[in-house]
Design a protein. Structure first.
Ligand SMILES: [Zn+2]
Ligand SMILES: [Zn+2]
Length: 246
């Protein structure tokens, strides 16, 4: 990554990212790149054709670097481009993905009904979450307080209408996003781009769908959604126990 700034017609002056010219021309295809890191939000990316050239050497070196045409783009445009890549599936793959979502959604509903009946989480007037301990605490009810171990799945922004996986959200403490990478791994295995692209255009239903998949992958009891200033945090409840007064 270079440190020189770059001026984008849409987004102004910003740090640049590097992509192959094919992704710049058509972002709705697979992006071959690493995952965002806190100090490298926009890792170098290239298309499947360029990836074949990359794979020949297993790296970019003097034997293949002349064969890729790299372009600089602004970081926000990079995010917009990779976000669009979730629409890259062909009809058969899209149908498989839709089917998977429906199954997971139905399974979460069953879990959710059982969890609500067993733990009576709707009977508590208050909840608070604590990122340091990855706990969601229900309190103020007739029953003893209920302490749930949670993993944050992601956030839905209702101002930008986007879903962002917690594994890409470095404003969250690691304690609440240490296990969610398993869902990304499942996405890699099945080539489900919605599970491997950090952020994409989404609505509330998408938030529940991603949470349903996370609940299945992580073996959760159910899920919970809490409001934020500009949307919602979706979490899964991995276990829960009552806290009896000492
Ligand atoms: Zn390319
Ligand atoms: Zn831009």
């Amino acid at each position: 990554m270079t440190s020189e700034t770059f001026t984008c017609a849409t987004h102004g002056e910003i740090d640049p990212a590097c992509v192959c010219k094919h992704l710049l021309e058509n972002p709705v295809q697979q992006w071959h790149c690493g995952y965002p890191e806190e100090d490298e939000p926009w890792p170098d990316a290239w298309c499947s054709a360029c990836n074949e050239i990359f794979e020949r050497e297993g790296e970019w070196n003097e034997n293949n670097e002349d064969e890729i045409s790299v372009e600089m783009i602004c970081g926000h445009c990079y995010e917009d481009g990779i976000a669009r890549s979730v629409a890259r599936l062909d009809d058969a793959a899209q149908a498989d993905w839709d089917r998977h979502l429906n199954i997971q959604c139905a399974e979460l509903q069953v879990k959710q009904d059982a969890m609500t009946a067993n733990l009576k989480i709707n009977d508590y007037p208050r909840w608070n979450y604590y990122q340091e301990s990855a706990q969601l605490v229900f309190s103020g009810g007739e029953l003893p307080d209920l302490v749930a171990d949670v993993e944050f799945v992601g956030t839905l922004s209702t101002s930008s209408n986007t879903w962002m996986w917690s594994w890409a959200n470095f404003s969250l403490l690691e304690e609440v996003r240490s296990r969610i990478e398993a869902v990304r791994g499942f996405g890699e295995e099945h080539d489900y781009p919605h599970l491997t692209v950090p952020k994409w255009a989404a609505d509330m239903q998408d938030g529940w769908h991603m949470t349903a998949i996370a609940a299945d992958t992580l073996g959760a009891l159910g899920a919970y959604r809490v409001p934020t200033d500009n949307g919602f945090i979706f979490m899964v409840i991995l276990s829960a126990k009552h806290r009896y007064p000492a």
